[in-house]
Design a binder for this molecule. Sequence first.
Ligand code: FES
Ligand SMILES: [Fe+2]
Length: 403
Amino acid sequence: MTDTVPQYLAGGHAAMSRDEAMSILDRLVAHLRNGTTDMAAGQMEIPISSYLDRGQWDREITEVFHRIPLPVCTSAELAGVGDFKALRVVGKEILLVRGRDGYMRAMINVCRHRSMKLVPGGCGSTRRGFVCSYHAWSYDTEGKLTGVPGEDTFGPVDRDDHSLVRLACEERAGIVYVCLTPGLAMDIDAWLGPVLPYLEALELDKCTHFTTKELAGPNWKVTLDGYLEGYHFGALHPNTVALTNHSNRMTNDRFGPHVRNVFALKTLDAMMERPREEWDPAVAMGLVYWIFPGMSIAGGWRERTVISIMLPGDSWGESMTWQTTLLRTPPQTPEEISEAEKTAEWFFAAFRDEDYTAQTDVQNGLASLADRNMIIGRNEIAVQHAHETLRRLLAGEPVHGDR
Ligand code: FES
Ligand SMILES: [Fe+2]
C-alpha cells in the first residue's frame, strides 16, 4: 500500500499501477487454471432469525445507517452551482445542494414551519433557493431561512434558529457521503482509509453523468448478499452476466469495512494463452469496489462505470437502489448515446429481473426456515466480510485495522 497510486493507463484511464493490476490478474489466471477462487478460512453460519428480527433491523438503522458516512449519490449528478437533489434515504428526507462556493451541503429536506417536505423528490437547479409550497417560507441554497410571508401577523421568527437542519456531508473521489444524524460529525478519510487512493484513481469526479435509475428491492441484507459474490453468476444469470463473467472465480481484497472484488472475465481465457507481457488487465478483469454498507462501483477502468447505491427503505422488507451510469467522455453521436443507454439498461434489467427477483424470493422464504442457520460459503468471502463488519459495528468494535 502506498500513499499515491501510480497511474495505470490501460484504456487511457488511471486505476492502479500496472504491476498491482497484473498481480491480481495472476491470481485470477491461477484460479481459472486450478478451478479455485479466493476463499475465507471457513464457512460462516448466520441465524436466519437475525435476518427476520425487526428489533435487530431497528438497531441496524439507528446504530449503523444513521451514524456512519453513507454514500448517497455521485458528484457528477450535481456538477453545477445550484444543482440539487432531494431523496429519501433510510427513512429520512434529505436535500443535497451545491452552493455558490462549489461545496456540497446536505440538509433535512423538511420545512421548519410545520414540517412540510420542502423540495419534491428529484434533481434540479436553482440560484435563488427553495420556497415551501405550504405557506411559502423560503430558504437559500445553504438552507438559511430567508423569508416568512406575513411575519407581522405570524410573529417574529429567528432566521438562524429556523434554518434547514444541516447534516455532515463530504465529497470524495466523485461520491457524496452524508451522515444522517444531525450534529454528528464524520471523518470520511478515516472511514474510507486505504481504499480512498484507489477510488481517487478511478477519477469518477471527472466523469459525465449519463443516467440514474431507481429500483425498489427487498430487505437490505438479502439484497447486499447478492452483490458480493460471483458464485451465482452461472445459475442465476446464464444469459446476461455469465456470458461475460466466469462463475465462482474471483479475487477479494479488503480495506477495513470495504472490499475490492475482481471477477474473471471470459476474455481472460484466450488472453492467458498469450505471453504475459501482452495481457491487458483492463479487458480481463471485472473490477468492483464495494463501499460499506451499500455502494458498488463496477467497471471503473472502462468508458462506462455503473454505480449502484443500495440502502434500506422505510421498513424491514424494503430497500432502494439508485443505479447511476457515468461516462468518461460525454457522448457525441447518436451511436455513442445508444451504446451508453444499452449499458445502463443492461445493468438495470439484470438487477431488476434476475438479482432482485431472486432476492425477493429469498426474503419470502426466510420465515419458513426461521429456526435454522444461513450458511455462507468459503467462496462467498466478501459476503462473510460484510456480515462481520456489521456485527462489529453493532458491537462497537473497530472495523479498520488487521483482521
Ligand atoms: S410548512 Fe413550510 S411554510 Fe408552512
Ligand atoms: Fe447477480
